[in-house]
Design a protein around this ligand. Structure first.
Ligand code: CMC
Length: 443
């Protein structure tokens, strides 16, 4: 199989001509030839296009980076038209079916699937780093009883940088490796502590005899039993959810991690930026919105009326549609079957019938067909989390645990990329200029 990077671009066809773009500046009549590589031109090439010597040069304006590649990356390939998602070239459905989250985390971070010895060592390293400093419990205890667990996670992950001041030395590969292990290992512990704090329950330490997901379930749900024994079906469902959420190329939180990390700050502070971005309802919060919507619809009889409202533009069908996937979200299919597995243990979430019927009706409806609106990853994930007894406020926290391996893989790639510099976009200044200060009494 070719390992050449491929481009996710419609109409990206070889024409037999030169791989360049000729641009004529109609202000001056000058023509410039700009090289095209991987279906992309370098924005800085435009800087040579000037009307005079003291002109700054042409810039591109791209709010929300809708058409700007901010990096070259070999981690995740995504083709929205054909609904393809691959980590390091491996299709997401194969990984979700056959691998474990820790194996996928290794793949994302190191670029290759581990052999048995590598996997054993990786698992061992992650497992022995799952504990957090005892002081973490104290500052967790400082949060209000009703603090949002994602806010607690955000604070806690940033605070870890103060426990590992050596993490600042991001130029040392062995240092980066140990911080990578710590981050993947400790994220579930911080997440579970946040959950237990919200419930007013004592913190439960990791159980290093259990799997990554099993230990997390133990920290979440262990009560008085001496040994918590996770149900292997729930453990697996959770692992699949973590795998599906592990990376999604240059999304909002990953871009935040890269952008903050580009200042060469320690990785804990960069990850805190990722958690902050994921906290927002347009990113990690959509599954919560799906659940609230399903609760509101309540029964299948109410679906036609709800769908009419969506078509009339009164609201959106949450969990449908995606900026990139315009065919289907490959993660949604996998999650749907993970949901069935989880419900065998937790009992069927009564809202599943509403979700299934809603999906069926929407997929047959012209409005959704025409606009290429399909279920996305969030349509079913909330149902699983709810069936596991999680409050909606924990949903983005679950997303953050899985996404940690992706954030760290992207951060590692960024700090080793000689082309990367501190992130510093340009602006088009639209404000006033050169005004003289007016004393307060004259305003
Ligand atoms: N329900 C009803 N109509 C929709 C929906 C929806 N969920 N999504 C898009 N549309 C319509 C939209 O009204 C527009 O119609 P028209 O052309 O008549 O104006 C058309 O489809 C195109 O929509 P858009 O807003 O230009 O599409 P976008 O690519 O900017 O938005 C989206 C993508 C995910 C924000 C949007 O589909 C949406 O709001 N979905 C619901 C929220 C959701 O499920 N978000 C989770 C995304 S997956 C999480 C992740 O991968 O991180």
């Amino acid at each position: 199989m070719s390992t050449e990077p491929r481009q996710e671009r419609d109409g990206d066809v070889a024409t037999g001509g030169r791989d360049s773009l000729s641009v004529t500046d109609n202000r001056t009549g000058e023509t410039y030839e700009i090289e095209i590589t991987d279906g992309t031109i370098r924005a800085l090439e435009l800087r040579q296009i000037k009307v005079s010597d003291d002109d700054f040069g042409l810039m591109t304006y791209d709010p929300a980076y809708m058409n700007t590649a901010s990096c070259r990356s070999a981690i995740t390939y995504l083709d929205g038209t054909d609904g393809i998602l691959e980590y390091r070239g491996y299709p997401i459905d194969q990984l979700a079916e056959k691998s474990t989250y820790l194996e996928v985390a290794y793949l994302l971070v190191h670029g290759e699937l581990p052999d048995q010895a590598q996997l054993d060592e990786w698992t061992y390293q992650i497992t022995i780093h799952t504990f957090v400093h005892e002081n973490v419990k104290e500052f967790m205890g400082g949060f209000r009883h009703d603090a949002h667990p994602m806010g607690m996670l955000l604070g806690a992950i940033g605070a870890l940088s103060t426990f590992y001041p050596d993490a600042n030395d991001i130029s040392d590969p062995s240092n980066r490796e140990i911080q990578t292990i710590r981050l993947i290992a400790k994220m579930p512990t911080l997440a579970a502590f946040a959950f237990r704090h919200s419930n007013g329950q004592p913190y439960v330490y990791p159980d290093n005899e259990l799997s990554y997901s099993g230990s997390f379930l133990n920290m979440m749900y262990k009560m008085t039993e001496l040994k918590y024994e996770p149900d292997p079906r729930l453990e697996r469902a959770l692992d699949v959810l973590f795998i599906l959420h592990a990376d999604h190329e240059q999304n909002c939180s990953t871009s935040a991690v890269r952008s903050v990390g580009s200042s060469q700050v320690d990785p804990y502070s960069a990850m805190a930026a990722g958690v902050g971005a994921l906290y927002g309802p347009l990113h990690g919060g959509a599954n919560e919105a799906v659940l609230r919507m399903l609760r509101r619809i309540k029964t299948t009889e109410n679906i036609p009326g709800f769908v009419e409202g969506v078509k009339a533009g009164e609201e959106r069908l949450m969990g449908f549609g995606h900026r990139v996937y315009k065919n289907y979200d490959p993660r949604a299919r996998i999650i749907k079957s993970a949901a069935e597995d989880a419900f065998e243990v937790t009992g069927r979430n009564p809202l599943l019938d509403v979700a299934l019927e809603l999906e069926k009706i929407a997929l047959e409806d012209e409005y959704f067909i025409q606009r290429k609106l399909y279920p996305n990853v969030d349509f079913y994930s909330g149902l699983i989390y709810e069936a596991m007894g999680l409050p909606v406020s924990m949903f983005p926290v679950m997303f953050a645990i899985g996404r940690t391996s992706g954030w760290i893989a992207q951060w590692l790639e960024m700090v080793q990329d000689s082309e990367q510099k501190i992130s510093r976009p340009r602006q088009i200044y639209t404000g006033a200029r050169q005004r003289d200060y007016v004393p307060l009494e004259q305003r």
